[in-house]
Design a protein around this ligand. Structure first.
Ligand code: SIN
Ligand code: CO
Length: 412
């Protein structure tokens, strides 16, 4: 297989933050989905069956160059993995990696995976914008992988939906609705022992493969390549339950603190015992009574889901402006060039509340502008001027700007 020259565009471009691409409308045919409307895609393919889309994004450019990706993998706050398959031995290492710790691109059969690229780069975040025909609450992150010739992560399956977008070079994908899920033993990564591919395609830049959960797949680079994985989160029932019960308990203790009356376990009728190590059946039954009284409402579930799903990942740190503009200057800038959510901000809403980076706030009558702002993730200068007659909006957005949750003057 001919190797790409090392000074290929993959590592030499200098670009600016891109404009935010338009969100696809549910009922308009989208080239991204091979001409299907998002509504048709969701109905026919989402969580159901794979779809190969040739030239989903023609003229695609990798959001990061190879060198930028390698530099990102050296960052302490970035989750990265290096997978090598040298001399038929799989090995896995976790980052951060300084660029000289990575193998040479000339060495065959290795791959670097960088998770959450959207949190660190506006171009990576902009790519995610195209996939917002699925709810933000389901979107997880953009992973970028670089592979040298022959590199890949081996045949495996994932438990989440993923769009595999080829952004540089070529990758051969083989997929199958694998029944035998047994894994190779003694390896540091999950590799199917008896992969039985049913279909095979060579993806070129701009081509994309959608896979629902549990479809086995194996992607092998043909020459140097870069792939973007747009991944969705699918919490397990046990994760949902434990997170909700934790949230409920925290909220319960906050309420008790407010009332200054924590409810404590009581047993005034406990007799003296001859077997102190024995668990008293009456104690177990009383605990059962307490647990049976745990109740929650639909509003509690919304509050939990909104707060939990809008919580930034643990490695997220917002950059508050070093010398923030005062409110008047902020408003002047916003009137000129608009405001936009920072790429790390998660803003969700329902009928009653909005959820900003893990906190719930009441969606008061005066916050009518907020749902459109959350959907668009930006507000242009003209709209800001119209809405800023309500000074409480300007004050609130200024507060968010000072916290680093939004950017001002970015829609020039
Ligand atoms: C890759 O980009 O190399 C791996 C993506 C995947 O198989 O999920
Ligand atoms: Co996968």
């Amino acid at each position: 297989m001919p190797k790409r020259s090392p000074d290929h565009a993959v590592h030499a471009r200098k670009r600016h933050a891109p404009p935010i691409p338009a969100r696809p409308a549910p009922d308009e045919p989208a080239p991204l989905l091979g001409g299907l409307t998002p509504a048709q895609f969701m109905k026919r393919y989402w969580q159901k069956k794979p779809l190969l889309i040739r030239q989903a994004i023609p003229d695609i450019e990798a959001p990061l160059t190879r060198d930028e990706l390698f530099a990102l993998a050296g960052n302490d706050d970035v989750e990265s993995r290096l997978i090598t398959h040298l001399r038929r031995r799989w090995a896995l290492e976790h980052g951060p990696f300084s660029p000289d710790e990575l193998p040479s691109p000339k060495t065959r059969q290795w791959t670097l995976l960088v998770q959450g690229a959207d949190l660190h780069d506006d171009r990576a975040r902009a790519l995610l914008e195209r996939f917002r025909f699925a709810p933000d609450a389901r979107l997880d992150d953009l992973m970028i992988s670089y592979a040298s010739d022959g590199g890949g992560v081996g045949p495996h399956f994932d438990s989440y939906d993923v769009f595999l977008l080829q952004v540089h070079g070529k990758r051969r994908w083989r997929i199958g609705a694998q029944r035998d899920l047994s894994l190779e033993e003694g390896l540091p990564l999950k590799i199917l022992a008896n992969f039985e591919p049913e279909e095979e395609w060579l993806l070129e830049p701009g081509d994309m493969l959608y896979l629902p959960p549990h479809i086995a797949h194996d992607g092998v680079a043909e020459g140097e390549c870069m792939t973007c994985s747009i991944g969705f989160r699918s919490p397990s029932t046990s994760e949902l339950t434990s997170q909700f019960l934790y949230w409920l308990a925290e909220r319960g203790s906050e309420k008790a603190l407010e009332k200054n009356a924590p409810t404590l376990y009581r047993d005034p009728d406990q007799p003296a015992v001859a077997h102190p190590a024995q668990l008293p059946p009456a104690l177990v039954s009383r605990v059962g009574d307490v647990l049976a009284k745990v109740r929650w409402s639909e509003a509690d579930v919304s509050s939990f889901v909104g707060s939990w799903l809008s919580e930034p990942k643990s490695n997220v740190v917002f950059d508050a402006p070093g010398r923030p503009l005062d409110e008047t200057r902020f408003a002047a800038q916003a009137a000129k060039n608009g405001v936009a959510l920072d790429r790390r901000t998660i803003l969700l809403y329902d009928a009653r509340s909005y959820y900003l980076n893990g906190e719930q706030y009441l969606l008061r009558e005066s916050r009518k502008w907020l749902p459109a702002f959350a959907d668009n993730r930006s507000m242009d200068g003209k709209r800001f001027v119209t809405l800023s007659h309500d000074s409480s909006m300007t004050a609130l957005l200024h507060e968010w700007y000072c916290a680093g949750w939004i950017r001002v003057g970015v829609l020039a």
